[in-house]
Write a protein that binds this ligand. Structure first.
Ligand code: SF4
Length: 364
């Protein structure tokens, strides 16, 4: 089974840390974009089958007016009806009752809320625009419209914060009982406002030891609250793991449409144009036909993001090859205690997850 990812690259304003493909735009451009997106979806009509997960991400999909969202939903209505998990990313301060009704009508059963932080100073530093009441209201509106599978995106490691700030964010969010939490460590990306401020001494990043302590606190706290830690940054109540995102880590096929989207279909990873003018002319920027070695490396890199790691038997069957012969580095990493074997799985030990990038780099 495949996934379908649809990218809506528009936002109300730009967050200081963000390096995604996004822009602030006008209604005229929204209309033009949706028309173009529908053309791109049409171009995949021969592959729009066997889809069991749909994810509409951004950007901020709910920056679009309801009539444009509905135009998109009508286009993929058959897919939404037959797919098992239909998710959409929403900014909480822009959620309305009418939007929730529309989502329910078109079979959306999972919402991912971009909360990031509840700390007023951090909200300002990141240039987000919600407050605690917006989050409570968003949960109420979603629940009252029968959308109960709710993920909350959070960020830790924000400058000027300490463990207490993480604790306060978690106290607030756990009271709302989301089914899923994606908790990312803030990455200071190039060409962002945050990076500019840090480089110019206006903001000081927090040190790695504190970030590591925050991560430990988050893992323990969520574990105590019955969330399963199933991927480096993702935690779910049992049965609520993101089926769509697991497809990426399992190297399953997915169709990606929209500005800057990527996809993986028939052994080809493709990348769409990230420039809007270019996208209006040609959808794709380039194709990357993966060699067998590329596929093996990706299988390891992506699979080791999962807490359970990669399945030895699945690898051997998929590639008709022996994982230990293909990657002698595995035994070296086991000796260094950076990898371990658990039944059929090779995984990063729990106390080394925070330095997982050292392990991944061995498989590039
Ligand atoms: S809302 Fe999301 S996509 Fe838009 S600027 Fe902020 S982080 Fe980036």
């Amino acid at each position: 089974m495949r996934g379908l990812y649809i990218h809506i690259p528009f936002c109300k304003s730009i967050c200081t840390y963000c390096d995604f493909t996004k822009r602030v735009s006008s209604l005229e451009i929204y209309n033009k974009y949706i028309d173009r997106l529908l053309e791109e979806i049409d171009s995949y009509r021969n592959n729009l089958f066997d889809i069991d997960t749909v994810f509409i991400g951004g950007g901020t999909p709910n920056v679009l007016p309801l009539n444009l969202l509905e135009k998109l939903f009508i286009k993929i209505e058959d897919v939404l009806n037959s797919s098992k998990e239909n998710s959409i990313e929403l900014n909480p301060e822009l959620i309305t009752d009418d939007l929730c009704k529309l989502l329910y009508e078109y079979k959306f059963n999972r919402v991912s809320l971009g909360v990031e932080t509840l700390n007023d100073d951090s909200i300002m530093l990141l240039n987000r625009h919600h407050n605690k009441n917006d989050i409570i209201k968003a949960f109420d509106l979603l629940h009252s419209n029968n959308i109960n599978n709710i993920n909350v995106d959070l960020i830790f490691g924000i400058p000027n914060t300490n463990i207490n700030d993480v604790k306060n964010d978690l106290n607030f969010i756990l009271n709302l009982n989301p089914t899923h939490l994606s908790y990312y460590s803030l990455i200071i990306e190039d060409k962002t406002i945050l990076k500019y401020r840090i480089d110019n001494g206006l903001i000081k990043p927090i040190d790695d030891d504190l970030i590591s302590d925050m991560y430990d606190y988050i893992r323990n706290r969520l574990n105590e609250n019955n969330y399963i830690h199933y991927e480096i940054s993702n935690f779910a109540k049992p049965g609520y793991e993101s089926k769509h995102n697991i497809k990426y880590w399992d190297m399953d096929e997915y169709i990606g449409v929209g500005l800057g989207a990527s996809g993986y279909l028939n052994g080809i990873r493709y990348y769409n144009n990230t420039d809007l003018k270019a996208y209006f002319n040609v959808f794709k920027e380039y194709d990357d036909k993966l060699t067998i070695n590329d596929k093996k490396n990706e299988f390891m890199m992506l699979g080791l993001r999962l807490i359970n790691g990669v399945s030895i038997s699945k690898y051997n069957k998929l590639f008709n090859s022996n994982i230990f012969d293909d990657f002698p580095v595995i035994n070296k990493l086991i000796k260094k205690k950076l990898l371990e074997i658990n039944d059929d799985n090779i995984r990063i030990p729990k106390d080394k997850i925070f330095v997982a990038n050292i392990v991944w780099s061995e498989f590039v």
